[in-house]
Design a protein around this ligand. Sequence first.
Ligand code: AMP
Ligand code: ZN
Length: 136
Amino acid sequence: MKNCLFCKIIKGEIPSTKVYEDENIFAFLDINPNNIGHTLVIPKKHSRNILDIEERDLKNVIMGVQKISQAIKKAVSADGINVMNNNEPVAGQVIFHTHFHIIPRFESDGYKHWKGKTKYAEGEAEQVAEKIRKEI
Ligand code: AMP
Ligand code: ZN
């Protein structure tokens, strides 16, 4: 895809610090890491995000996410790993080429988890679950 930053990184037109590559996926260090070792895993075939990626590409990416998460955990002696994927601007997506963040976590890193602040009204959970079930 023309003018896609991550497509350019895959082609080597823009430099990156590569950690893994195979015929389907590419992984490189995030330029603005949450923690040392923060890595992005992307499919080589362009898609916008998880809402339009083809099943085959998603399977390859997620298997890569597991393999690379295991490697990062050992490499930086992380206590845990967050895997994150942002879809569309409201959800924090800035680069519109599907990517998964692998963020190594340390007991001492000070990041806090989001707290859920939404509550279901009486009967609402069942209604919304039914709406979702109908769309699957
Ligand atoms: P998102 O907000 O989920 O779209 O994440 C985009 C990520 O891409 C951010 O964490 C950026 O720091 C990262 N990023 C942007 N440009 C580059 C680049 N040239 N090399 C590596 N990571 C980048
Ligand atoms: Zn792209």
